[in-house]
Write a protein that binds this ligand. Sequence first.
Ligand SMILES: [Zn+2]
Ligand SMILES: [Zn+2]
Length: 280
Amino acid sequence: MPVALRSNLLQRKEFDAFPLDRPLERNWADGNRMATSVSCACGSARLRFHSPAPAFTGECCCEDCRQACEWAETMGCKAKVSHSDPTLLAYYQNDMCVEAGRERLRAFRLREGGESVRIVATCCYSPMCTDHPAYLKRVVLTFPQLSVVSPPPATPPDMLMVKQEWPTSFTPLASTGRDPFKGRAFNTHSDALFLATFVFRVLSRGRTGGLGSTVQGLVESLGGVHTLGLPKGQGLVGPTKGQTLTPPPPAGAGLTPIRVAGVAVLALGVILRARALKTR
Ligand SMILES: [Zn+2]
Ligand SMILES: [Zn+2]
């Protein structure tokens, strides 16, 4: 690699972990077909991800995914929350840029202490992408049912998440063929196997540095995160508006000693795997 280009790369902090002994990925220069675009419903705002396919996908039954979508609906987003399909999630590598409509984008969190930062296109209130500390700055979440993701992620989803929070008043997961799930299904966010599986998938993604900017940079450029103050778990639209929908957790669901031990062992495995990837 020419010295000038090499030193140029080193000045950009996104390249801090970029291995200089590997060839630069140039796919993005070939045009849109080698990347993924995420547009809002009206087409005014558009993000671009370096990767043409998600790192992994899932369907989430959790109350926060559902409430974020319902809030978007109250603001005018045309996509509606389904009472028979959990929220489809597609995680892309954190290598992205804004292609159009930066002035339309705003960052929100659902409530004080809410950890997800949700970037929404305020022209039509399409949720564009979301960041969370658990993504370790490696991946970014998108909602393919609520924005226009192109190419759309291939089905079926890799896992079914947070089954516990699927409301009993919605269509039962079993009657849509999801339970039992062909693949991995997890009951809660704190399920030890879920945490280990998720962190493993996140850490399995290296940094590509293709587009040179990240979701954290985008949030910073938007000048602050607006807090919505929504009550946790509360329905915001339709017949369940104003109700707290999540069923109570089953007895013995919290962090028992055996679960804590399980998480510790799995976390150790994940850390060792991450180290192995780093030194490879
Ligand atoms: Zn729009
Ligand atoms: Zn969720």
